[in-house]
Design a protein around this ligand. Sequence first.
Ligand SMILES: O=C(O)C(=O)Cc1c[nH]c2ccccc12
Length: 699
Amino acid sequence: MAERSFQHEIGLLRLGEGETFRGEGILAVTKALLQSGVTYVGGYQGAPVSHLMDVLIDAEDLLAELGVHVEAATNEAGAAALLAASLAYPVRGAVTWKSVVGTNVASDALSNLASPGVIGGALIIIGEDYGDGASVIQERSHAFAMKSSLWLLDPRPHLPSIVHMVEQGFELSEASNTPVMVELRIKACHVTGSFQTKANRAGAKLQAPAAFDYGRLSHPPSTFAHEVAKVESRLPAARAFIREHKLNEVFPGSRSDVGIIVQGGLYNSLMRALAKLGLADALGNSQIPIYCLNVTWPLVPEEVAEFCAGKNAVLMVEEGTPEYLEQSLSLMMRQADIQTRLHGKDCLPQAGEYTADVLVAGLARFLESGPGRQLAADTEARARTAATLLDAPLPGRPPGFCTGCPERPVFSALKLAQQEIGQTHVAADIGCHSFGTLPPFSMGNSILGFGMSLASAAAISSVTGKRPVAVMGDGGFWHNGIISGVAGSLFNKGDGVLVILQNGYTSATGQQFMPSTLAEGHRNETPMDIEKTLKVMGVKWLRTVRSYSVATMRETLKEAIRGAGKGLRVIIADGECQLARQRRVKAEDAARLKAGERVIRVRYGVDDDICSGDHACIRLSGCPSLTIKPNPDPLRDDPVASVIPSCVGCGLCGEVAHAAALCPSFWRAEVIQNPTRFDLWLDGLRRRVIGWMQGRARA
Ligand SMILES: O=C(O)C(=O)Cc1c[nH]c2ccccc12
């Protein structure tokens, strides 16, 4: 994989009995899977679980030794469907993706899997991308567990707990014939710690295909029996297992009047809040008893009753909306006729991440604690004071395209095209190109999902009377766009423009390879070609344009948007992901330098004397390496544009200045290492000519 090397982590996967693993939560999961004897693993990358897939794919050799099949699925639906191996065979397997979005994509396969259930342990490791730092819609994966009768583990962020829950997850899955989701929030994925390892186990293998059994198909009439099995056998079996194996934890406290029930994943934040309130020490000893739900679905009514009975009040600490757990607890307590008061979202916010500070305020409300309220008020006041001390609000720092990104020029070209032919609807998509919706481009009227831009634009021309432009990455194309977008548009004889940003990787998730990746050393020796694929599908109007050629791209866009006739027009904007390219080129250059070979680096810069100081170049590019500096001319006070050393020489600044006819202040230089004798001769000649001209100028 391109983003980073996982050689160290692969070493950790080889640890044997009784050794110590040190690292991140999400990587501990990879080791836990191998210790559990999986026969197959798979998934689709996305924050915060990308590294799980990356490590497993890089660990090809080890997994081959253990006989574990690895599947880099093209989307989450494919990953979920992989679990059918555990539906038909008593083998263990695990898949991963980011949630809630990945679970949305996977949900068709998940429903069909959950209905017959599984005979081999089946785990779904979901990266719950919720709260500060999340990149997707704020919804709860919990809903999927409830609707499909899947069990939901939410281990407290502590490596031994995470590993234990993965191992127990397989057992629970087998004991109740139900797929199990392991929910890991951003903080749980990145929490660091250690645990004692066990030896890896080879996955089970069978000699023959399973016998035909209609009862294991999610088809009527089997589905009616499945529905009954879910409630009459699988649920009771799961509850019995959870109770018997103490998957949920009770931490007793000195107080008997109140208690706290917490989702396992929030346990660390809760302990921090209690410590701030002086109700717990730093070692996790709390005065208030805590019932920690490492399993958030299903709840175990007997455990709930035991914890709540006899207390005046309990607080349910449950992040996100709606308050499914609070509702369930309320029903259970009513049914068991327990008179304990139940609090939750009346004390804590309905929406947003439950950070320690948010929990301090909520706990103070629950405990009706004066000093607690004071602490929460003080914290808020400090934040306000800090804001006033700063005088003006801090300038926004939206994320944006990397230096040299091949996607930036496409938005520059689209901006220039719109300047000439007017605005048109722009359907944005998920990927690095989503940054086109942020300044300085601010383009995009909708984002409807991964690979959904073209489909989302299908009805737009009937609304606006103008041909819309859908932007899609090559990652989005293979994930969903090829079917939902391209096939849908061709089938419906749709009219519109699709711009495919072909950079060679699913870059936003960490530069993973995908079907059309060309990189060397990739397992896929015959990469699928998007252009050929589109032609075969029947796209008639198709252009491939180098993404840095801004003027050509502008003209191509104008032609596509305004051209006569109907039909889908596709522009493939081609340019390799610059981060991946830099890693590749740097290594290649270093090898060439070492061998004494000639290496050229291209750099751009701005001539201070010529820069007009209007910064149109910056507004059309937003490159992090193109900034401003004080004007060296004492008679001018406008800052001038400046290219800083992080420039990778993509040439966009010059292209934009040329395409938009801005001031001619950009220069391009070639830095040649290990020059040839011809290079040196040419350099000497240039110096002489320039010297002669400068001499004339002075004269
Ligand atoms: O990695 C991220 O942050 C993403 O949002 C990418 C992504 C991976 N799988 C998806 C399914 C639906 C929408 C976005 C994604």
